[in-house]
Design a binder for this molecule. Structure first.
Ligand code: HEM
Length: 453
């Protein structure tokens, strides 16, 4: 038990939560994801000890726009490699224990997205530690990366086995051309506002372990408490986007450039600027897209049939807001998530329709306390299945597990439009479930008595 703790119901232990889990990232940044393998327990523990000074808490007053920050998380295999006792390992949720590759069939990671085709070593038992190093500019990233490199120096028992550079453009747009990262919930007690001023903050226990969640109970927490409390689960996925195929598809389906832009927006639920179809269904409104006070302040309640924003659009599937029928509408709060995603790879220049062979897309990162009913539910029930919107055969046109046979319905008068033969626009290149402990948990891991292992 830890003495410097405030009781769960009086507030969040901000000084114990990793900064990167809670805080919004600056409008633009650069970064690197690193995956490491621990070949020697003591070296792994030493690594955590050396990293601790560069991992800030959520209480830190540092403004990410002036600063750089590091976050660290572990896979199940990583905790095992660190010598975490079996009864503790057994106390983590099953999907984390199984690893993401084992969940592939359920998640729709089949065909080109199946683990057989994943980039090595993603999804393999070799992945133990995930590090993200992010900064507003390359210079500060370089100096932080250097500190992280020194933390790893001369640690013969820890290997860097994968590296992926990433970035967020000042426009916030990702490879398919749309501004992303707009819709984020607020967490009760964090003091950090969500992006929809009308959405009441979500209970802390939906995002962090050890606090009451939206069901009113404190969900199961890994043991010992010092390790589980203030931690969160992450779903890390490298998602390749087939940008040329996406542009070719829209070109083939549309009679004009205007219609092409409209079909693209109907698939996403927003225009490229971020302006939501729910507020401007006819054409993009860059002023609205850039206005963080207004660009996420809307519902779908006045558009249940989807004439403005189709029920099958990506953002509406991922967060149906008030569009579900009354009984299910409270449930929406059980499926919210923090998204910490970012772009990787060069953008395909505007207007280019031919694939240039470059690897580009999104490093999608989910953070939440309930990976199954948050990330997995949204991916399987809302993105890969259309039953909840009365279109059982339709998958998310953007991020769903499409195989060329699916369709996407756009309600319009006098008759709806149905786009057929949707190819996959997003290919999973690999992924892993991780656990990001609080700072006390990290200290505990760094000082673990390996004789318990
Ligand atoms: C490469 C794949 C993906 C792309 C290109 C993509 C793109 C986008 C875009 C452009 C938006 C609208 C901007 C915003 O509201 O923030 C969005 C929203 C969202 N996406 Fe994705 N996404 C992808 C995969 C996923 C996956 C796999 C999930 C979850 C399992 C997901 C969950 C969400 C959520 C929760 C929202 C916010 C909806 C809202 O609150 O209105 N996305 N995405």
């Amino acid at each position: 038990m830890c003495s410097d703790r405030t009781p769960a119901d009086t507030g969040l232990e901000l000084d114990d939560i990793q900064f990167g889990v809670l805080h919004q990232r600056p409008a633009s940044y650069v970064g690197t994801y690193l995956l490491l393998r621990i070949d020697d327990r003591e070296a792994g523990q030493e690594l955590i000890g050396r990293l601790l000074p560069v991992i800030e808490s959520a209480r830190s007053s540092s403004d990410p726009a002036r600063h750089a920050w590091v976050s660290v998380a572990f896979t199940y295999q990583g905790l095992k490699a660190l010598g975490v006792p079996q009864d503790s390992l057994d106390s983590f949720v099953p999907e984390f224990r199984q690893g993401m590759a084992a969940r592939a069939a359920d998640l729709g990671d089949t065909g080109d997205s199946s683990p057989d085709h994943w980039e090595k070593p993603l999804g393999s038992p070799e992945v133990h530690v995930a590090l993200s190093v992010l900064s507003p500019d390359a210079e500060r990233l370089g100096s932080l990366r250097e500190r992280a490199r020194r933390a790893h120096e001369e640690l013969a028992g820890v290997e860097v086995i994968w590296r992926q550079d990433c970035y967020q453009l000042p426009t916030g747009r990702t490879s398919l051309g749309f501004k992303d990262g707009i819709g984020q919930p607020a967490m009760e007690g964090s003091g950090i506002p969500g992006s929809d001023p009308d959405e009441p903050p979500i209970k802390a226990g939906e995002f962090l372990l050890g606090y009451p969640d939206e069901t009113g109970s404190t969900g199961p927490m890994p043991t010992p408490e010092v390790l589980g409390r203030n931690g969160t689960y992450l779903a890390f996925r490298k998602l390749h986007t087939r940008v040329a195929a996406y542009r070719q598809y829209l070109r083939a389906k549309a009679a004009s450039r205007e219609e092409e832009a409209l079909l693209g927006a109907k698939m996403v639920g927003r225009w490229p600027s971020g302006a939501p179809l729910a507020l401007c269904p006819e054409q993009d409104d860059p002023g609205l897209g850039a206005d963080s006070g207004r660009n996420n302040r809307f519902g779908y309640g006045d558009d249940l049939r989807g004439f403005k924003c189709p029920a099958g659009a990506h953002a509406r599937r991922a967060n149906p807001r008030d569009a579900l029928d009354h009984e299910m509408s409270a449930d929406v709060r059980l499926h919210r998530m923090f998204r910490l995603g970012t772009s990787y790879g060069p953008m395909l220049p505007e207007g280019v329709l031919e694939d240039d062979g470059a690897d580009r897309g999104i490093i999608f990162v989910f953070a939440g306390a309930h990976p199954k009913r948050q990330f997995e539910f949204v991916k399987t029930q809302w993105l890969n299945d259309g039953i909840f919107i009365g279109a059982p055969t339709e998958k998310d046109p953007l991020a769903g597990a499409n195989d060329g046979s699916g369709s996407f319905t756009i309600p319009q008068r006098p008759i709806r439009r149905r786009l057929q033969s949707l190819p996959p626009f997003v290919i999973t290149r690999g992924g892993e479930y991780c656990f990001a402990p609080g700072l006390r948990g990290l200290r505990w891991l760094a000082g673990l008595d390996t004789r318990n292992g």
